[in-house]
Design a binder for this molecule. Structure first.
Ligand code: FES
Ligand code: FE2
Length: 416
C-alpha cells in the first residue's frame, strides 16, 4: 500500500457512517512506521515535556521527535529554546540525557561551547592556525521550534507547519477556566507498551469499551454521563458530566482547583491532542499520558499527574488513591491494546466499520492522520473545525450536555 497517496485512505475519507478503521499495516508495518515518523512526527507539533521539567535557565532536556534528538532548554531570560542535538563541528551528540548545563552547552568531544540561545561561544585551540573562512556566527546550533501551552511543552521540526496556537484551535480558550499555566507535576512513571501508539490513542478516545474493560471506572465515569467536547483544532475531545457516579468518588478525593465555573467544577475533560498527548483534566487533578513511538508495536508512555498550584503541596499519601486508581485503569487499557496489537499482527483481517455513536473521535483522528501522511509540508493543512450542530443529536450520546462549557454556549449563540 502506498500510504503517501490519497487513494490508500479511501475508507477513512468516507463519511462517518460509511467509514472503516485503519488497515492493519498502519499498526504493524515498518514501511508505514517510517513514513509516519517523517510525515507526522517530524512535521506536527509534538508534545515533548511538562513545563516544570524545564522550569529554569540551565536545565536541559533531551527528547526524541520522530527520528531526531532535540534539546529543550531556556535562555538566560527564561525563554524556551529548542535545538537539534548535534555539534556544529563534527556532528557529535551534545547530551544523552536530561542534565544541568549552567550557562553553556558544551560538546564532550572537542569542547566547543554554545550559549543557551545556541550561539557558538568557544572553540578551544581552533585559532592556533586561523582560518579566514570560518565565522562563528554561522555555526550556532540548528534551532527547532518550541512552544508551550499550559503545562505542556511542544516541539516542531518543520518550519512550514502553522503555529501551535493554530494547531490547538479553540482548546486554550475552552480550557481557560482551569488556569493550566500554574499546575505542577507531582508524579511521573514511564511504561513500554507492546502496542502501536495509535491503538493507545484510539482506545483513549472512545468509551465504547468502558463497561466491559473498566467495570470500576464505569462507577466514577458512567457511560451515560459522556458527551462531546469538540471545537476546532487538532484534537479529539469528550467530557464527562458529572465526573462521579454515586458508587465511587475516587476522582474527587483531592481538593478542587480554585475558581472553577459551574461546568468545570463537576466535569472531566478528556482530550487527545494530535498526535501524542492524552490529557485528562478533572476539577482537582490532571492525568496526562505522552506517547513516544519506539517501533510499530512498541510505544513508550510517560504518565504524569499534575495538581493545581494551590493544592500542589498535599502529601504523597493524599495523592496515592487517585494515582493508583489511574494505574489500575491504565493497566486494563494496556492489556486490551496489547491484545489489539496481537490480533492486528497475527490476524491482519480487513478493518471493520466504526460505530458512529461512540467512534466519531477515531474518524476525526484517522482523518488528521491521513492529512499528514499525504502531505509533504503541513503549511496548507486544514485544522479541522468543531462539531456540526446537525450531527449533535447522533453523536452527543445521552443528549445535550447539562452543563456545557461556556464556549459552547457562545458558539451556539453565534450560529443561531
Ligand atoms: S564534534 Fe563537537 S567539538 Fe568537535
Ligand atoms: Fe479505557
Amino acid at each position: 500500500m502506498e500510504w503517501g497517496d490519497e487513494a490508500a485512505w479511501e475508507a477513512t475519507r468516507r463519511p462517518l457512517r460509511e467509514a472503516h478503521g485503519l488497515h492493519p499495516e498502519a499498526y504493524t508495518s515498518e514501511q508505514f512506521f517510517d513514513l509516519e515518523r517523517r510525515r507526522v512526527f517530524e512535521q506536527a507539533w509534538v508534545c515533548v515535556a511538562i513545563a516544570d521539567e524545564v522550569a529554569g535557565s540551565g536545565r536541559m532536556l533531551v527528547r526524541k521527535v520522530g527520528s531526531r534528538s532535540v534539546l529543550i532548554t531556556r535562555n538566560q531570560g527564561g525563554e524556551l529554546r529548542g535545538f537539534i542535538n548535534a555539534c556544529r563541528h563534527r556532528g557529535t551528540e551534545l547530551a544523552d540525557a536530561d542534565c544541568d548545563v549552567a550557562g553553556t552547552i558544551r560538546c564532550p568531544y572537542h569542547r566547543w561551547g554554545y550559549s543557551l540561545d545556541g550561539a557558538l561561544t568557544s572553540t578551544p585551540f581552533f585559532d592556533e592556525v586561523p582560518r579566514d573562512d570560518v565565522d562563528r556566527a554561522d555555526l550556532g546550533l540548528v534551532t527547532v521550534r518550541v512552544d508551550v501551552w499550559g503545562p505542556l511543552v511542544f516541539a516542531c521540526l518543520s518550519d512550514s507547519t502553522p503555529p501551535l496556537s493554530d494547531w490547538l484551535g479553540d482548546l486554550p480558550e475552552r480550557m481557560a477556566g482551569y488556569g493550566l499555566d500554574t499546575w505542577v507535576s507531582r508524579h511521573e512513571r514511564q511504561l513500554d507498551i507492546e502496542a502501536n501508539w495509535k491503538l493507545i490513542s484510539e482506545n483513549y478516545q472512545e468509551y465504547y469499551h468502558l463497561t466491559w474493560v473498566h467495570p470500576e471506572l464505569a462507577k466514577v465515569s458512567r457511560v451515560a454521563d459522556h458527551y462531546r467536547y469538540q471545537g476546532a483544532g487538532m484534537y479529539c475531545g469528550q467530557t464527562t458530566t458529572p465526573v462521579s457516579g454515586d458508587q465511587r468518588d475516587d476522582w474527587l478525593a483531592l481538593p478542587q482547583a480554585p475558581d472553577l465555573d459551574a461546568s468545570d467544577a463537576v466535569s472531566g475533560r478528556f482530550v487527545a491532542i494530535f498526535p501524542n498527548v492524552l490529557l485528562s483534566v478533572l476539577p482537582n487533578h490532571i492525568w496526562m499520558m505522552r506517547l513516544d513511538p519506539i517501533a510499530p508495536g512498541i510505544t513508550r508512555e510517560t504518565c504524569t499527574m499534575l495538581l493545581p498550584d494551590a493544592t500542589g503541596a498535599v502529601t504523597d499519601d493524599a495523592i496515592a488513591p487517585t494515582r493508583d486508581f489511574w494505574f489500575d485503569v491504565n493497566a486494563e487499557d494496556i492489556d486490551i491494546v496489547e491484545r489489539g496489537q496481537r490480533g492486528l499482527t497475527r490476524g491482519a483481517v480487513p478493518p471493520g466499520p466504526l460505530a458512529p455513536r461512540f467512534e466519531e473521535p477515531l474518524h476525526r483522528f484517522h482523518n488528521m492522520l491521513a492529512d499528514c501522511m499525504t502531505c509533504v509540508g503541513l503549511d496548507s493543512i486544514t485544522v479541522p473545525s468543531g462539531d456540526d450542530p446537525s450531527d449533535v443529536a447522533a453523536q452527543w450520546g445521552a443528549g445535550t450536555n447539562p452543563t456545557p462549557p461556556t464556549i459552547d454556549r457562545r458558539q451556539a449563540a453565534d450560529t443561531a
